[in-house]
Design a protein around this ligand. Structure first.
Ligand code: SF4
Ligand code: ZN
Length: 329
């Protein structure tokens, strides 16, 4: 026997145990869209100062995976015709044979469909390296993702600033966020907890005061991964699904399995982890700030990397150190 959609009585395709809702294709999609829009509203993403004469620029990190494709699609539906917002999609090619070419095709298709400005930058042009070679040489004996994550964050932040972005948006979903939260807990990393608040939760006004960073936002962070995947399928979006051949975050994989098991037995646990985590992050960030107010290490007193000019606490930023190590330029 099939279950009926709570909203319309058609066949339900999804049961959300954390809310008790049975939903058909159409109502699942609408519910995802509603949550993303509510998140954008509650986060105050669109500032009151944005006008058709002086619109805000939002740069979207578009990898071609389901999360960023869904985010881009919903942002375009919501703001594509709003003269107060200019959307720019930014894709990064890491130099991973086969894998990234296919997902870039998905990005190109989507942006053509939506008539959206699309920029592509490559590790090869920017740093003179390809991830396939980095993974093979691995001079510092780390996981490939440890290099790749630093390079990607550097390019997203640098290009967002270059495009004059007011916000940098990424497609992290509820599962991603709950995994990261749990990993930071388990590693006892309070500084990272505080950063979570500074990077994606603090009021945008406060963050705009700090000129070195484009404020970040994660509008999908209330939506479970599975619902993002269903949305991409039901809306027939050109998302790319294979996994990167260098994916090596074994610890994250373990946490992911643990969380899925917990969620099955205790529906809603991802949501409650995140609401507790966000409260803690705010406290930790406040504490941090008070401490920094008394010392010279305040965030605004970050120096500039002597190679590339990015904000850093040392002389040479982490990205430039890694580029050096892997023999880039
Ligand atoms: Fe880079 Fe790791 Fe992602 Fe592959 S899985 S693209 S190596 S961060
Ligand atoms: Zn640097």
């Amino acid at each position: 026997m099939t279950t009926e959609c709570d909203k319309c009585g058609r066949d339900a395709v999804h049961y959300a145990a954390y809310s008790g809702a049975h939903l058909c294709q159409e109502h699942l999609c609408r519910s995802v869209e509603k949550r993303v829009r509510r998140r954008i509203r509650e986060d105050g993403l669109l500032s009151d100062d944005a006008t058709p004469e002086e619109p805000e620029t939002w740069v979207i990190g578009l990898s071609g995976g389901k999360d960023s494709v869904v985010l881009t699609h919903i942002l375009d539906e919501t703001f594509g015709k709003d003269p107060r917002v200019d959307l720019v999609a930014l894709s990064i090619h890491e130099g991973i044979e086969g894998y990234r070419d296919a997902s870039l095709d998905a990005c190109v298709d989507l942006c053509e469909d939506l008539d959206l400005r699309h920029e592509v930058v490559t590790y090869e042009e920017e740093f003179g390296v390809r991830m396939d070679d980095v993974a093979e040489d691995d001079p510092l004996n780390m996981a490939p993702c440890a290099y790749c994550g630093v390079f990607r964050r550097d390019l997203l932040a640098g290009y967002a600033a270059e495009f004059g972005a007011d916000k940098l948006l990424t497609g992290h979903n509820l599962d991603d966020e709950a995994q990261t939260a749990l990993m930071n807990f388990l590693e006892g990393d309070v500084k990272q907890v505080a950063k979570h608040f500074d990077a994606s939760l603090g009021s945008f006004d406060a963050r705009e005061d700090s000129e070195q960073f484009v404020p970040r936002a994660k509008p999908l962070r209330d939506v479970p991964e599975k619902e993002v995947a269903l949305y991409a399928r039901f809306r027939d979006l050109p998302a790319h699904i294979t996994e990167c051949p260098h994916a090596s975050e074994a610890y994250r994989g373990e946490i992911q399995q643990l969380l899925l098991r917990l969620e099955e037995n205790h529906p809603g646990v991802r949501h409650s982890i995140m609401s507790g985590y966000e409260e803690l992050a705010e406290l930790a960030a406040r504490d941090n700030r008070e401490e920094q107010g008394a010392s010279e290490n305040a965030p605004d007193s970050l120096g500039e990397c002597e190679r590339c000019g990015s904000p850093t606490a040392g002389d040479v930023c982490r990205k430039c150190q890694l580029v050096d190590a892997v023999g880039g330029d």
